[in-house]
Design a protein around this ligand. Structure first.
Ligand code: SF4
Length: 477
């Protein structure tokens, strides 16, 4: 969610006449988009703000803005602790940022504006995307659940759904710009439609995405197991461009802990969903999030998590050590687990999930996979003469590229055969005559390259100031 908000913030500021600071250039405006879900988020923020104090003294025109979940939570506390901050804005009014920066500059005093309810749906605001081929599209914001470890409901409010027509119009506009992969985004996509009274709305939305010409890949994050219904699995299986991939947070395999977490499903329901997904989409890669060391978790509870993990055969598991988040009900629960015990369980879990991921990846050896070439996904590509992208099931694939042959562009699609597997990536080969499909996303990449070389393709807004954006990202479910 924060990545998406950051793209909106960049787009908004560029729309207001700001331009991105070049590498190494000191920005005139620095925006922190914070996330309260992360451990130590506040220490990190106040540490960063402290480091900027000198710069503010040297240049009073330099502006600092703080937004996101932590701003929504701390409100005026931020300007009390760091009075050199110019603007504090919340998660419901990111659209106000340019006006707040102007007002702070004009009035020469800090502006704090936090709204309790959403003013404008984030996707109605201008966006600056970092990728030419992939984009996030918000379908809902907020969450009606009350998971006891999570700060999101307190900070982002009740679920607010966007109308399907608006979502589809945004996707079509993105495809017209060259985007071929979209990820539908919501804290709980399975309850999409609850606000306008259509329980089947998410499955219908997936099917409607299937009708959009030029849209090659559709993903979504995150579903909630409690609200997951079979019509969604059927829609996934029957819609040609919905990818065989599912990220579904488990959090714990123990029914007792799930109850304490106020996650209203049990392990049998979770495993039942996975079974159905595998029945209808046999090549689906399934990933999850797990929290280790939730208050009062016993060794037996932890063994339950290991059992469900093994039965689920996750392709990827994002593991988290429980830590108290002030403002969440779980922070007040008795039976907080010592750091040593959490660490020890975490390491055991890591060993199991890494091994499972590796076993699952080894099953890919010999298969032909369609890879969407990414933009800088493989950090060692230049050295290893490889290209990197994502398979349809979202696995990371490094492709050995024949020397001397013209390379596909980011956004193009390449077929390759998997030769080897590591726990978190695959190595593949295209053969001497690679099968490449040039896409509208590759064309969009060419256009973006031409623009960055100074070939005029669009009107340029006058420069108002340069911006830097510091992003602290974690999508929690
Ligand atoms: Fe909602 Fe996800 Fe937070 Fe639970 S963890 S309250 S489902 S955002």
């Amino acid at each position: 969610m924060n990545v998406h908000d950051s793209e909106r913030l960049s787009g908004l500021l560029e729309d207001a006449g700001y331009v991105q600071a070049a590498d190494g250039e000191l920005a005139d405006v620095l925006v922190f988009n914070t996330c309260a879900v992360r451990e130590n988020a506040d220490n990190k923020l106040y540490g960063n703000l402290g480091q900027l104090y000198e710069r503010k003294l040297e240049n009073p025109d330099f502006q600092i803005a703080v937004g996101g979940c932590l701003a929504q939570k701390d409100k005026e506390v931020i300007v009390k602790k760091a009075p050199w901050v110019d603007v504090v804005f919340g998660t419901h009014n990111i659209g106000s940022l340019p006006a707040l920066l102007d007002r702070a500059r004009h009035n020469e005093e800090a502006q704090v504006e936090i709204l309790d309810a959403l003013e404008t749906f984030p996707s109605d605001l201008p966006t600056k995307r970092d990728s030419t081929y992939a984009a996030w599209v918000s379908i809902s914001v907020g969450c009606n659940n009350t998971c006891t470890f999570c700060i999101v409901p307190a900070l982002r409010g009740k679920e607010k759904d966007r109308r399907p027509g608006e979502i589809l119009a945004e996707i079509k506009a993105l495809v017209a710009e060259g985007v071929i992969e979209i990820t539908l985004l919501g804290q709980n996509v399975n309850t999409y439609g609850v606000e306008f009274g259509d329980k089947g709305a998410f499955a219908k939305l997936l099917r409607a995405c299937g009708e959009i010409e030029g849209l090659e890949r559709v993903r979504f994050t995150s579903p909630h197991p409690a609200a997951f219904t079979e019509d969604v699995i059927v829609a996934m299986a029957e819609t040609h461009n919905v990818m065989p991939q599912l990220h579904m947070p488990l959090q714990s395999g123990s029914d007792r802990i799930l109850k304490d977490m106020k996650r209203s499903y049990r392990s049998s329901k979770y495993l039942g969903i996975i079974e159905k997904v595998r029945e209808l989409i046999p090549d689906a890669a399934i990933s999850t999030d797990i929290i280790v060391g939730f208050p009062s978790e016993t060794e037996e509870d932890f063994q339950e998590t290991l059992r469900v993990v093994k039965e689920s055969r996750f392709a990827v598991t994002y593991t988290f050590q429980y830590s108290k988040r002030p403002g969440t009900p779980a922070a007040e629960l008795p039976g907080q687990i010592s750091k040593e015990v959490v660490q020890e369980r975490y390491e055991r879990l890591l060993e199991v999930v890494n091994d499972l991921a590796w076993q699952e990846n080894k099953l890919q050896i010999g298969k032909r996979v369609e890879v969407l070439i990414g933009n800088n996904e493989g950090r060692k590509d230049d050295r290893t003469h490889r290209l990197t992208g994502r398979a349809r099931d979202s696995r990371l694939v490094h492709i050995d590229w024949p020397e001397g042959l013209e390379e596909p562009r980011p956004g193009d699609l390449v077929w390759a055969t998997v030769l080897d597997a590591k726990p978190y990536f695959l190595i593949a080969d295209t053969g001497a005559k690679p099968e490449v499909r040039r896409t509208i996303a590759g064309d969009a990449y060419d256009r973006a390259q031409a623009e960055s070389c100074g070939v005029p393709t669009a009107a340029v807004t006058p420069k108002k100031g340069t911006i830097g954006l510091s992003v602290d990202v974690k999508v929690n479910q």
